[in-house]
Design a protein around this ligand. Structure first.
Ligand code: PLP
Length: 430
């Protein structure tokens, strides 16, 4: 790990801050192929809106009903952003104030369950995010977390076993969370909504869909549409496949009045005071980009993911999900256990200027998380820079030549940076 060498005097620290940002911009911003599935870039225009006077202001409360003065333009931008997001997702309810996807999840757990209640979600190897497990936000809310039964072979929920769990948990069950961090294929929202309706006819259990990873694909009409399929409430990050600023969001269409007010209260004053208003103009800009270019961006993203997966498979990698066509999202995953494991492979790729993350695969022991079998890739950022199927094939060859063919890290790093520099401009923007 790089350590700070600077003496702790103010001038050195100030210089260090500036130098480090410029190194980061040069290396991660321009010199590497970024295949982290949870990241993206904003367009330069959205970036330019991100740094503004809004950065310094407070606007507790809701549009037109603030606890602070001076919020005239906050109301304008937030109202426009809410309308844009509602239109984009055909949602009747939106809350833009959560500062992150994990916080949006905590708002849901706070609104729909109380300490001691039960919640169901995928465990981490099956793709579940830490925020809805007992060691994450759900645990902080005091919920008893149980695993949604998952079929590791075909990457889907075992609905019959889930029905059994509904029966076993009975009235203690308050939230069922679908979605995840390793999210290759849509989840059976429709069937689960139906099963929930049959098991809990009074509608006391909230069906929650975590769209953190796939929000941009949903906006572009290239993934399932959870609100139409029966989810009561959707949470997401606004910066993964959705190319906005880092932040969180809540969407819904059929909340009862009491649910709506519980959710609003869970966000504010529950979890957020100031909601970091400088995000909102950039989020509005990204929403406008998605309205105009979202379908093209999302379909190219999914096509690129499929193409990268196929090329990797043909070159000898153990790509997961082959029987289902590898992927229907922006993600690709392969089993790297025969190549030294996820930790070794992800580090080797980083040294070759290809940034990925190691990941548990379905069925793996969660205690392997420091050296899991899997590598998870996401192609949304390189797609936004204009890369297509041909470049996916080039990237797959770099993986092969480094990890199987024995080409040096230095040589692959040069190839990766060269490819990145051919695609410097963000596409799918005005
Ligand atoms: C499925 C899922 N939900 C929630 C989160 C948390 O999102 P954030 O980082 O915006 O808090 C993540 C993070 O990657 C995620 O993968």
């Amino acid at each position: 790990m790089l350590q700070t060498q600077a003496a702790l005097d103010p001038a050195s620290l100030a210089r260090l801050a500036k130098d480090t940002v410029s190194r980061q911009n040069e290396w991660r911003g321009k010199g590497t192929l970024n295949l982290i599935a949870s990241e993206n870039v904003m367009s330069p225009a959205a970036m330019s809106l991100y740094a503004s006077d809004f950065e310094f202001r407070y606007a507790e409360g809701t549009i037109g009903e603030r606890y602070y003065e001076g919020t005239r333009y906050v109301d304008v931008i937030e109202d426009a952003c809410e309308k844009a997001i509602k239109t984009l997702f055909r949602a009747e309810f939106v809350d833009l104030r959560p500062l992150s996807g994990a916080q949006a999840n905590l708002a849901i757990f706070s609104a729909f369950a109380k300490p001691g209640d039960s919640a169901l979600s995928l465990n981490v190897p099956s793709g579940g995010h830490i925020s809805y497990r007992d060691f994450g936000a759900a645990g902080c809310r005091g919920l008893a977390v149980h695993d949604i039964p998952f079929n590791n072979e075909d990457f889907t929920v075992d609905i019959e076993a889930l029905r059994g769990l509904f029966k076993r948990l009975g009235a203690s069950l308050k939230v069922v969370t679908l979605g995840g961090s390793l999210f290759l294929f849509p989840h059976p929202v429709n069937e689960i909504a139906k099963a929930l309706g049959e098991s809990f006819p009074d509608g006391e259990v909230a069906l929650h869909y975590d769209a953190a990873h796939v929000l941009g694909l949903i906006a572009g009409g290239q993934f399932q549409d959870p609100l139409r399929e029966g989810a009561l409430v959707v949470s997401a990050s606004t910066h993964k496949t959705f190319p906005g600023p880092q932040g969180g969001i809540l969407l819904a269409s059929n909340l009862k009045d009491k649910q709506r007010s519980s959710l609003r209260k869970a966000v504010f004053p529950g979890l957020v005071s100031n909601h970091h208003i400088h995000r909102i103009p950039a989020l509005l800009y990204a929403a406008a980009e998605m309205m105009r270019f979202g379908a093209d961006y999302a379909s190219q993203t999914v096509a690129n993911a499929k193409s990268l997966a196929r090329s990797l498979d043909e070159l000898g990698f153990k790509v997961v999900g082959k029987a289902r066509g590898y992927t229907s999202s922006h993600q690709v995953a392969f089993d790297a256990s025969g190549l030294g494991g996820g930790a070794l492979v992800s580090r080797a790729l980083t040294e070759a200027n290809i940034i990925v993350n190691k990941n548990l695969l379905p069925g793996e022991d969660v205690r392997n998380s420091k050296n899991p079998a899997g590598i998870r890739l996401g192609v949304q950022e390189v797609t936004r820079f204009g890369m297509k199927e041909r470049e996916m094939d080039s990237i797959a060859h770099m993986f092969h030549d480094l990890l199987i063919g024995g080409e040096s890290k230095e040589s692959i790093a040069t190839r990766a940076t060269k490819l990145r520099r051919e695609f410097e401009e963000v596409k799918f923007t005005f």
